[in-house]
Design a binder for this molecule. Structure first.
Ligand SMILES: NC(=O)C1=CN([C@@H]2O[C@H](COP(=O)(O)OP(=O)(O)OC[C@H]3O[C@@H](n4cnc5c(N)ncnc54)[C@H](OP(=O)(O)O)[C@@H]3O)[C@@H](O)[C@H]2O)C=CC1
Ligand SMILES: O=C(O)C1=N[C@H](C(=O)O)C[C@H](O)C1
Length: 238
């Protein structure tokens, strides 16, 4: 496959490595300083774009690619308040694959998380909390993964009404605690605490390679699909 990389930062570089290892070529690299190169002429030899940029840039990058009939895989977090625009574009012909976290382990964690939430919610002695730790360059908080974990818990716990990104003793609110430390690639925990014990489910990324491999596998999957919005549950048959 010929892959256009949109966003050539920490993730863009690791995706390039993994894509080449899997026999793909990079047809185009777009970063903040050459945005004008994202055009029809430059994309004519591209099969799929892989987009890891910023919350502000992501949606306009997707829509531009769809206009040129290029399918997009994206892992950029923090833009989902604009989800409707992308939904609409996908009904009109856009091919899109989105995951807030492309690692296999985290996608299994999403499933385990819902199961544990279903088991534990009737026990009033436990209170839940989500914690995420990332490198100090991360722009958004809470992380996209922490939001998805929290939505999974709230879906299965009728006592919880919403999540908030602060510590609270309100038992109707699920707190998400965000920490920014050094170069941590990504750590997520769901913690249930009672007077007697603590039950923790935790995922720790050792590097960015797991995210990059997931994104390249998603690109290989997306080029074979029809228009629409896809995610890791489609890729992994979860
Ligand atoms: N889904 C997943 O599995 C993962 C998701 N992420 C998410 O991916 C995103 C990127 O992460 P990361 O690579 O660490 O961040 P970086 O800051 O290292 O890279 C982002 C790159 O995008 C560039 N950029 C900014 N604006 C534009 C634009 N309009 N068009 C094209 N490129 C642009 C930046 O350029 P410049 O430096 O010049 O500003 C930078 O090189 C984040 O939202 C992060 O949360 C990260 C890891 C895994
Ligand atoms: O910004 C990052 O680095 C990461 N962002 C994603 C998120 O917001 O969930 C995924 C991963 O944890 C790394």
């Amino acid at each position: 496959m010929k892959i256009a990389l949109i966003g050539y930062g920490k993730m863009g570089h690791v995706i390039e490595q993994v894509a080449i290892e899997r026999g793909h070529t990079i047809s185009l690299t777009i970063d903040k300083d050459n945005l004008q190169d994202l055009n029809k002429e430059n994309l004519k030899d591209t099969d799929v774009a892989v987009e890891f940029t910023t919350p502000e840039a992501a949606v306009s990058n997707y829509l531009q690619c769809f206009d040129f009939n290029i399918p997009v895989v994206s892992g950029t977090t923090g833009w989902l308040s604009e989800k409707e625009k992308v939904d609409e574009a996908c009904t009109k012909g856009g091919r899109f694959f989105y995951a807030s976290n492309f690692s296999l382990g985290v996608n299994l964690f999403f499933q385990i998380n819902k199961y544990v939430a279903k088991l534990l919610w009737p026990y009033d002695n436990y209170t839940a909390q989500v914690e995420e730790v990332h490198h100090t360059q991360k722009l958004d908080a809470p992380s996209g993964t922490a939001i998805k974990l929290s939505e999974g818990i709230i879906e299965h716990n009728p006592k919880l009404k919403k999540w908030e990104n602060y510590v609270t003793k309100d038992r109707n609110i699920l707190p998400i605690i965000s920490k920014r430390i050094g170069a941590v690639p990504g750590m997520h925990s769901v913690i249930y605490t009672s007077k007697e014990d603590v039950l923790t489910i935790k995922h720790e990324a050792k590097s960015r390679e797991g995210f990059a491999l997931g994104a390249v596998l998603a690109a290989e999957f997306l080029v074979k699909q029809d228009k629409g919005w896809y995610g890791m549950d489609d890729l992994l048959n979860l």
